[in-house]
Design a protein around this ligand. Structure first.
Ligand SMILES: [Zn+2]
Length: 264
């Protein structure tokens, strides 16, 4: 599952490839947009909102500005190519959209929740999100307020809920709770310092913004980039205990039972 920083990086790559360009062709390969033709639209901006991608256009005719929304979920990706460049080796049936300008070709693979709305109505798609960890309007106090509003929920599930704060996926959730020494099953009401947790989440995502290797340990070496995430049955880097993995809600959680004591 891409985390907020991966989505942010994707938005920036799309912005660099497309912004300012006029579409010479568009090809939507999803039923709900099959008849849409954005030829002539000018790409104004590519932005991330939490884990949602927003591509904003000046409409081809005199219409209002438009926003193309997409979500990567587990398997989605956008790639930008030069015109004539060979595309990555992915099956053609995974292509959901192709946008061409004179300078670039942007291809969206396995995209989810593709929708085209007037930019003024973006809130219908992303208005439910909590404060965006990588957004220009990041509001840590509001994120803490939203987390604290459901005190009996487990902290792991509360951190993944994008309506509390937007941008944390399973990797940052697991790592954050390790770094704070908190069991993932701890009810929100028993987490000693929610503002400190939220501040650390912001620092972790900011530290990884702008690069594709995600690290919470400070190391960018393969196999050393996380404390607990993806390390089931391996020794804890701090105490040597065996890292565990278990389902929690609809997701899995990794944790060190010694460094993160408590009910599990
Ligand atoms: Zn440990």
């Amino acid at each position: 599952m891409p985390e907020g920083d991966t989505v942010w990086n994707t938005a920036r790559a799309l912005h660099r490839a497309l912004a300012g360009g006029q579409l010479t062709a568009s090809d939507f390969r999803v039923p709900q947009l099959a008849t849409v033709d954005l030829t002539g639209a000018v790409v104004l901006e590519s932005a991330a909102r939490g884990k949602h991608l927003l591509l904003r256009f000046r409409a081809p005719a005199d219409g209002p500005p438009l926003t193309l929304h997409s979500h990567l979920r587990m398997d989605g990706a956008w790639r930008a190519y030069a015109p004539g460049e060979r595309w990555a080796a992915r099956p053609a049936h995974t292509v959901r959209v192709v946008l061409r300008t004179s300078e670039a070709v942007a291809v969206g693979y396995h995209l989810h929740d593709l929708a085209l709305v007037p930019t003024a109505e973006e809130a219908t798609l992303v208005g439910h999100l909590g404060p965006d960890l990588l957004g220009p309007d990041w509001d840590p106090a509001e994120a803490v307020r939203r987390l604290a509003a459901e005190p009996n929920r487990s902290i792991a599930e509360a951190l993944l809920d994008q309506t509390n704060l937007a941008g944390i996926g399973n990797l940052y959730k697991s790592e954050l709770l390790f770094l704070r020494g908190i069991s993932p099953w701890t009810p929100v009401r028993d987490v000693p310092d929610l503002p400190g947790m939220v501040a650390l989440a912001h620092r972790l995502l900011m530290a990884n913004r702008g690069r594709w290797t995600q690290s919470t340990t400070g190391s960018l070496h393969r196999g050393r980039t996380s404390y607990v995430y993806g390390r089931r049955s391996e020794p804890c880097r701090r105490c040597g205990a065996t890292i565990r993995k278990r389902d929690q809600g609809e997701r899995v959680t990794y944790w060190c039972p010694a460094c993160q004591p408590g009910r599990d």
